[in-house]
Design a protein around this ligand. Structure first.
Ligand SMILES: Nc1ncnc2c1ncn2[C@@H]1O[C@H](COP(=O)(O)OP(=O)(O)OP(=O)(O)O)[C@@H](O)[C@H]1O
Length: 314
C-alpha cells in the first residue's frame, strides 16, 4: 500500500493586501503532497514564500486560495482538531526566557489540556531526548542558541504530534549545534514522526529530506528527492574556476563548449561536466591559467542555480 497522504495542497495561494500598494502574492499557486513518515522540505531563498506556506499548514494563517487539507480535514473549519495533531517549531524562538527549562514544557502541556501526570512524564522524556535533562532547573535565558532550539523542538513534541513543522530549524546556529539538531530530527523520523521543514541551506535539505520542493518567488520550481533533483538538473561534477581580476570574461569565451553548461558568477565560473577531471585538463589545453580550480560533486545549490539563475544564499 502506498503511504498515506497527510497533507494535500492544490493551487495554494496567499495574497497580502498592503496599504497604499498593490496586493502582494507571496504564494502563487503551489501543489504538493506530504506522506506519512517522510521528511518533506521546502528549499528556497529568503522571501520565496516558505514561511507563509508553513503558516497556512500550521493553521495560524487562513488559506488565501486553492485547497489545503491535513489528515483529510479542512484548516478553515477544523483548525483546532488539526492543530492538536501538529507540533510547530517557529523560525524565531518563542520560549519564555524568564521561566525554567522544564516549566516551558509544562506550560505547553497545560495549553493542550494534558493531565499533570502525563505532562510530567513526557517532559522528562523529552528533556532526555533533546539532551537538556541537566539544565531542567535552569532559566532559559542563558542557554546557547542550540539548546534553545532543542528546547523549542521538545516543546513542540509535548502533544505527541503526528507532524512536526520546522521553519528554518538551524538558521543562526553554529555547525556543531546544527549537527546536534539534525541528529535529533533524524531520530524523530526513525520513530515515525512526519517532518516538514523549510530551509535555505542546501546541505540541510540534502542531509534530512526524503523529498523536497524547490521554491522561488511563491512558486514551486521543481520537486523530487535530493538525488533525483541533482540527476535531473545538474551534471555529476562541477568544475569551479577563479581567474585573475578582470580576466574572467575573456576566459569564459575560451571555455565555450566545455562540459554541458557554463555558469559565470561574479567571482568564479562554474563548468558543469559529468567528468570534472577531464574538463579540468581541457582548461589547460585551451591555454587558460585559473588562480584556483576545484572539482566537486553537484549539490542542490547547483540545481537551484540552474532553475532560477541565482544562488540560494545571496
Ligand atoms: N503579513 C505579511 N504582510 C505582507 N507581506 C508579507 C507578510 N508575510 C510575508 N510577506 C511577504 O511575503 C514574501 C514571502 O515571505 P516568506 O516569509 O513566506 O518567505 P520565506 O521563503 O519564508 O523567506 P524567509 O526565509 O525570509 O522566511 C516576502 O516578500 C514577505 O515580505
Amino acid at each position: 500500500m502506498p503511504p498515506e497522504v497527510l497533507i494535500r495542497a492544490e493551487g495554494l495561494v496567499k495574497t497580502f493586501n498592503k496599504k497604499n500598494s498593490p496586493p502582494f502574492t507571496a504564494v502563487a499557486g503551489v501543489d504538493f503532497e506530504v506522506r506519512r513518515g517522510e521528511v518533506f522540505g521546502f528549499l528556497g531563498p529568503n522571501g520565496a514564500g516558505k514561511s507563509t506556506t508553513m503558516r497556512m499548514i500550521g493553521c495560524v494563517s487562513p488559506v488565501g486560495g486553492g485547497r489545503l487539507s491535513l489528515f483529510g480535514l479542512d484548516p478553515d473549519t477544523q483548525g483546532p482538531q488539526i492543530r492538536a495533531r501538529l507540533g510547530v517549531v517557529p523560525q524565531e524562538d518563542t520560549l519564555d526566557l524568564e521561566m525554567r527549562v522544564r516549566d516551558n514544557l509544562h506550560v505547553y502541556g497545560r495549553y493542550f489540556g494534558l493531565p499533570r501526570a502525563v505532562i510530567r512524564e513526557r517532559a522528562e522524556r523529552l528533556l532526555e531526548f533533546v539532551q537538556l535533562t541537566d539544565r531542567a532547573e535552569d532559566k532559559v535565558e542563558p542557554l546557547s542558541g542550540g539548546m534553545k532550539r532543542r528546547l523549542t523542538i521538545a516543546r513542540a513534541l509535548i502533544n505527541e504530534p503526528e507532524i512536526l513543522i520546522l521553519d528554518e530549524p538551524t538558521t543562526g546556529l553554529d555547525p556543531q549545534a546544527r549537527h546536534v539538531v539534525w541528529d535529533r530530527l533524524y531520530r524523530l523520523k526513525q520513530q515515525g514522526t512526519t517532518l516538514i521543514l523549510t530551509t535555505h541551506y542546501m546541505d540541510e535539505a540534502e542531509q534530512l529530506c526524503d523529498r523536497l520542493v524547490v521554491m522561488d518567488k511563491g512558486r514551486i520550481a521543481a520537486e523530487g528527492s535530493p538525488r533525483d533533483l541533482i540527476e535531473r538538473y545538474a551534471t555529476r561534477d562541477v568544475l569551479e574556476l577563479r581567474f585573475p581580476l578582470g580576466e574572467q570574461e575573456q576566459a569564459v569565451e575560451k571555455l565555450q563548449g566545455l562540459g554541458e553548461r557554463l555558469e559565470p558568477l561574479p567571482d568564479r565560473v562554474l563548468v558543469y561536466a559529468d567528468d570534472g577531471e577531464a574538463a579540468l585538463s581541457e582548461v589547460s589545453t585551451r591555454g587558460l591559467e585559473p588562480v584556483t580550480a576545484l572539482v566537486r560533486r553537484s549539490t542542490l545549490e547547483d540545481v537551484f542555480l540552474h532553475l532560477t539563475g541565482r544562488t540560494l544564499v545571496d
